[in-house]
Design a protein around this ligand. Structure first.
Ligand code: AHG
Ligand code: MN
Ligand code: MN
Length: 356
């Protein structure tokens, strides 16, 4: 009998054939109903990302796409039209899907229940629809950040108390970076993987698997305009950065872009508490915790100002803010050395960085 035909497509197509949907199923090593649900959820998030990406690339041409809505959100921040568009895109892609029961968004005061899905789904999607809004009207990179949790206990409990648990409870986390290309980065707790949107296919295609944050990188990323508002250890750390060779300051105003640089090249991002916002600016449930989940999966670290791991923090409400220090293990440790009781001798200098 002739040899059965061996498809060569997987070789010739190479990574072009590995879509996000297939990758999720491969990660879960299952085609069962739970795996199909998670794959479908990721696919819906990817669809939302394509809609947001399309809007962003045409925003300058579309009437009323840019600028402010005139509203303030629960954070007390002025809301941009793009914030609301992206927020509503995430709602619409999950409506009538049966996939997600609850949505928590930076742009919505309370938990949003997709009641038609709550009888079949126990998943909650927490998201920052547009991260880095200050960049959106000037065509600089912005992102979306998401975390997925599974509802604990009785899903008729509308209080959302089960969401106020440490970030270790997250099932999955990721972000989309809307830059020169649109990149989707996610983890199900089995490594961090990135996909690039191929507009000609309308698909996110696998770019890198099992991304690891270098143990040290030269970039430090912080808004030094807040220097006068920081506690002394952070000022001492920045003075150390200024006085030692081998460091570069990179800060884009969009957490997703600054984190992506660190994920790929190493370094550290900081948003310390300030006089005006002692708890910092970033929100735990849909900014710091998802990125901390990714950092941990990629061999990095994420702590808050008092050296406590972000993933151990117990939120007290869904929009809780925390300070954030996240990135390469050596670079986070250097910041940490300034937060500990300042010893008399100089803090340890990582072996891989030179000093003057
Ligand atoms: P968002 O646009 O979702 O409110 O997030 C903005 C955040 C974060 O993306 C960024 O790192 C930080 O705010 C920038 O804050 P400053 O302008 O105070 O530096
Ligand atoms: Mn944000
Ligand atoms: Mn936002």
């Amino acid at each position: 009998m002739a040899d059965s035909y061996q498809p060569e497509a997987s070789e010739t197509l190479g990574r072009d054939s590995m879509t996000l949907t297939q990758h999720v199923l491969r990660q879960l090593d299952s085609f069962g109903p739970d795996a199909q649900d998670l794959s479908a959820i990721m696919n819906r998030i990817a669809f939302a990302a394509k809609l947001v990406s399309r809007r962003l690339t045409r925003a300058g041409l579309v009437e009323d796409a840019l600028g402010f809505t005139g509203r303030k959100n629960v954070q007390g921040e002025s809301v941009k039209k793009m914030d609301m568009y992206a927020n509503d895109v995430f709602i619409s892609v999950f409506q009538q899907s049966g996939l997600v029961c609850r949505l928590v968004s930076e742009e919505m005061d309370d938990i949003f229940h997709l009641t038609e899905s709550c009888s079949t789904s126990r998943y909650t999607l927490l998201y920052d629809p547009i991260d880095g809004s200050s960049n959106v009207d000037i065509n600089l990179n912005v992102g979306s950040i998401f975390a997925l949790r599974c509802q604990q206990g009785d899903n008729t409990d509308q209080s959302g108390a089960d969401l106020l648990t440490p970030g270790h409870q997250q099932l999955a986390a990721g972000y989309i970076l809307y830059g020169p290309s649109t990149v989707f980065v996610y983890s199900l707790g089995k490594g961090v993987h990135s996909f690039t949107l191929d507009p000609s296919l309308g698909e996110f295609i696998l770019a890198s698997e099992n991304i690891q944050i270098p143990q040290h990188g030269s970039n430090y990323s912080v808004n030094e305009g807040n220097f006068w508002q920081w506690e002394d250890p952070f000022r001492d750390y920045i003075r150390y950065m200024h006085r030692h060779e081998g460091y570069s300051s990179r800060y884009s105003g969009a957490l997703v872009g600054d984190f992506h640089r660190i994920l790929m090249q190493g370094g550290v991002f900081l948003y310390p508490g300030t006089i005006k916002q002692p708890q910092g600016k970033l929100r735990l449930l849909y900014e710091s915790a998802p990125l901390a989940f990714l950092a941990a999966q990629a061999g990095g670290r994420a702590i808050v100002g008092d050296r406590q791991p972000v993933l151990d923090l117990q939120p007290d409400h869904i929009h809780m803010r925390t300070p954030l220090i996240i990135g390469s293990t050596e670079d986070v440790a250097l910041v940490e050395s300034f937060l500990q009781e300042r010893s008399l001798e100089q803090p340890p200098i990582p072996a891989s960085s030179s000093s003057v």
